[in-house]
Design a protein around this ligand. Structure first.
Ligand SMILES: O=C(O)C1=C[C@@H](OP(=O)(O)O)[C@@H](O)[C@H](O)C1
Ligand SMILES: C=C(OP(=O)(O)O)C(=O)O
Length: 437
């Protein structure tokens, strides 16, 4: 554990570029591994979570190698995954685990999945349930957690599955199992979640349709699919850009351009909510990169106002609430968030972890079962209790959010470990130093 104190910051200025989108990076490797032939990926996020996906796919027969700044994947074809010779170590990554379980489910192979202490507490029944209906069998640890063993079924049985929880990981697990399942596998999504799986599978040549019906999305995939290799350009991660958008909004004097930020409407909720709170965020040079809307974001310091956040925006910013809470702590007035029960089953319980961390940083708040109610400082620097230290609970987003709180504090904020940051944003501290130089 490497502790670190994030000190009050000078204004953030200049231009920075955040690393590639984590969700798209995982999927680029997985779909490349299932195409026959050579896919080239540029802008891949080289974070620990994505590298865990790469290692698992290599263990199942794909060849994945770096070529200059790009990555090359030589796939085995849908149905061609091999039985791994050792347990697949998923590290800290829920996305790797749940999506790869979907892939294994319709291959006639057995695999063991393991993970770190954080991942080993997270619920896997949400994917075990539908994948069992498709024919896979599972031996999980008590409570439906890792470590677990699973055996795929070949051929698997197509199902129609209505998502009981708004989760792109569960949706994707079922669709990926459907890739190698004869017939039509259907996922019904009552609330739209990030749609990278759908967009990208179509790009790789899968027969996938999306029908909208009364706000619900009905996604059908025809299996077995034939994927052809692709060249992919991964846009910058909006979830990573969010830390800098909040930082520039709350550190007086800031005027920062964050280049190449993915703005898929299923991901851009944080920028819409910050704008509602009074943030100054201009979209420059709007364009398309790798089939996704992208822009450079110019963010200037602004006086933020507390608001009540509409729960329907939650799926489009589910990972951004920890840093949104920091923005709320610096706003004038009260911010109310609701509908965040999913935050309790991420890398940590992000509602209680942020409630503790912000309380230590001197913020007044109230914790509800499904959200936080935060009294903002009206822009005054946060004044923590002496010797308070943020517990990150192996959660990168808690570490980075409280780092940003430190920039806007009077005496700095101490984080117990910056190590988890490498899972999603390895150059976070270097970019912060660059922007504040
Ligand atoms: O599909 C994905 O790439 C992800 C989906 C979300 O998880 P859930 O599906 O559990 O909401 C998100 O929190 C995670 O960081 C990435
Ligand atoms: C929840 C996250 O990731 P995962 O589920 O892949 O661990 C995240 O990155 O905030």
């Amino acid at each position: 554990m490497t502790a670190h104190r994030f000190q009050p910051s000078k204004p953030l200025t200049g231009r920075i570029r955040v690393p590639g989108d984590k969700s798209i990076s995982h999927r680029s490797l997985m779909f490349g591994a299932l195409a026959v032939g050579h896919s080239r990926i540029s802008g891949l996020l080289e974070g620990e979570d994505v590298l865990a996906t790469a290692a698992a796919l290599r263990a199942m027969g794909a060849s994945i190698a770096k070529d200059g700044d790009d990555w090359i994947v030589d796939g085995v074809g849908v149905g061609g995954l091999l039985q791994p010779g050792q347990a697949l170590d998923m590290g800290n990554s829920g996305t790797s685990t749940r999506l790869l379980m979907g892939l294994v489910a319709s291959h006639g192979i057995t695999a063991a999945f393991t993970g770190d202490a954080s991942l080993s507490k997270r619920p896997m029944n949400r994917v075990i349930d539908p994948l069992s209906t498709m024919g896979a069998s599972f031996t999980p640890s008590p409570g439906g957690t890792l470590p677990l063993m699973m055996e795929g079924m070949q051929p698997a049985v197509p199902i129609t599955y209505r998502l009981p929880v708004a989760s792109a990981q569960v949706k994707s697990a079922v669709l990926l199992a459907g890739l190698n399942t004869p017939g039509i596998t259907t996922v019904i999504e009552p609330v739209p979640t990030r749609d990278h799986t759908e967009r990208m599978l179509r790009g790789f040549g899968a027969e996938l349709t999306v029908e909208e019906d009364n706000g619900e999305r009905i996604i059908r995939i025809h299996g077995p699919a034939d994927l052809h290799p692709c060249d992919i350009v991964v846009p910058g991660d909006p979830s990573s850009a969010a830390f800098f958008a909040v930082a520039a909004s709350i550190v007086p004097g800031s005027d920062l351009v964050i280049e190449n930020v993915g703005l898929n409407p299923t991901r851009d909720g944080i920028f819409r909510v910050l704008t509602q709170m009074g943030a100054s965020i201009d979209k420059l040079d709007e364009r398309e990169v790798g089939g996704e809307p992208v822009a450079d974001l110019r963010v200037r310091h602004a006086s933020l106002k507390g608001i009540e956040i509409d729960p329907t925006v939650v799926p489009s910013m589910v990972d951004e609430f920890p840093v949104l809470f920091v923005a709320a702590a610096m706003a004038e007035g009260t911010t109310v968030t609701r509908g965040l029960e999913e935050l309790r089953v991420k890398e940590s319980d992000r509602i209680s972890a942020m409630a503790d961390a912000l309380t230590g940083a001197g913020v007044e708040l109230e914790e509800a079962e499904d959200g936080l109610i935060i009294e903002g400082s009206g822009g005054a620097p946060l004044r923590g209790t002496a010797n308070s230290r943020t517990k990150t609970h192996l959660d990168h987003r808690i570490a980075m959010s409280m780092a940003i709180a430190g920039l806007a504090s009077r005496d700095g904020v101490e984080i117990d470990s910056i190590d988890p940051i490498a899972t999603s944003f390895p150059n976070f501290i270097a970019l912060l130093e660059e922007a504040a130089a």
